[in-house]
Design a protein around this ligand. Structure first.
Ligand code: PMV
Length: 327
């Protein structure tokens, strides 16, 4: 059995979502494929699951073995049959860069565990529980995008406390989603290698919030509110909508930089992109390097921006591509 799942690009609300503020993101046309070769015997205990992730030596065997054990625990908690056989993963997404490779893997495994489930929310819930292996306290937005696809806004119940003070509680609530219309524009998207993991970056923001709750909450709330620019844009002219999208992205980037989750290389790339003609841009995902996007009015601007940033991005060991929106 083969399952293909899209990657994702967070547009607004990363880090803010962890504390219950809204977020917006889109599924990407590139993604990840998982193929399961079932074992010949029906006895899952004598033929344990193996996972081979092609083209990457970055993931140690011990981590894969612990993930296999986590899959078994999650399957049991949903009363699903355990998987047995050999899983091969092939990815068009750079691993661990903010394009949702771990979320896409969790969605794909959720589909293998519950192949007959017709309810995307059931798949999302299983994927979300699987993703807790990678992030501890994921907000659910990454697996929401890789499971539901399209462009989605996520809303959590209003709360001034971290949503999951007790991460051991099973079946953490998932956010509500609303489909979003993006302006007709082109995003120049790329990523550079990460200096820190999502877990470390989420912990860094949590630590700052403990030290200065009022200041950091105001920043997180503003990050959430900036995503609303996309929701408000339906009735306005697409060009205006693109401009407000780009400006909101740059404003969010300023806050993310103040929170310490950007890097000087990301800031440099975004600055070059804006000088080359992008309306604005920001990091996407947890930061510390990783994914970013620049909002461009059309294909012409996007190729100028791409040409401008490519030497720095590839020099840093990263990649660039384009995504057309709103069509
Ligand atoms: O790991 P990434 O880059 O896909 O980022 C996840 C987004 C965060 O808001 C930082 C964490 C979360 O669970 O929402």
């Amino acid at each position: 059995m083969r399952v293909s799942v899209p990657g994702k690009l967070l547009l607004f609300g990363e880090h803010a979502a962890v504390f219950g503020y809204p977020a917006v993101g889109m599924a990407l046309s590139r993604g990840l494929t998982v193929a399961l070769q079932p074992s010949k015997t029906a006895d899952a205990t004598s033929q344990p699951l193996t996972i081979e992730i092609g083209d990457t030596k970055e993931i140690p065997d011990t981590v894969i073995q612990r993930f296999v054990a986590h899959i078994e625990t999650v399957a049991r908690s949903f009363a699903l049959s355990p998987l047995a056989g050999a899983i091969t993963v092939t990815s068009e997404l750079p691993i661990g860069s903010g394009f949702g490779s771990s979320a896409a893997l969790c969605t794909a495994i959720a589909r293998l565990l519950a192949p007959n489930s017709r309810d995307p929310h059931t798949t999302w819930r299983i994927a979300h529980e699987l993703e807790r292996f990678f992030h501890g306290t994921p907000s659910g937005i990454d697996t929401g995008l890789t499971t539901l696809g399209g462009v989605q806004a996520f809303h959590f119940e209003a709360s001034d406390a971290p949503r999951r003070s007790n991460p051991s509680v099973d079946y953490a609530p998932l956010p509500a989603t609303v489909a979003v219309h993006l302006p007709d524009c082109v995003l120049t998207v790329g990523s550079i290698p990460r200096e820190r993991s999502t877990k470390e970056l989420v912990a860094l923001v949590g630590e700052q919030r403990r030290r200065a709750p009022d200041t950091v909450d105001a920043m997180l709330s503003q990050l959430g509110a900036l995503g609303e620019t996309l929701l408000r844009g339906d009735s306005t002219d697409s060009a205006d909508h693109t401009v407000s999208f780009g400006r909101a992205a740059s404003e969010a980037q300023t806050i993310l930089r103040e929170l310490g989750v950007s890097t000087s290389k990301l800031d440099e790339i975004l600055e070059i992109g804006v000088k080359a003609g992008a309306v604005g841009g920001k990091l996407s995902g947890a930061g510390g390097g990783g994914a970013f996007y620049l909002v461009c009015a059309g294909e012409e601007e996007a190729s100028r921006v791409r040409r401008g940033i490519e030497p720095v991005v590839t020099g840093a060991g990263g990649t660039v591509f384009s995504v057309a929106t709103g069509r």
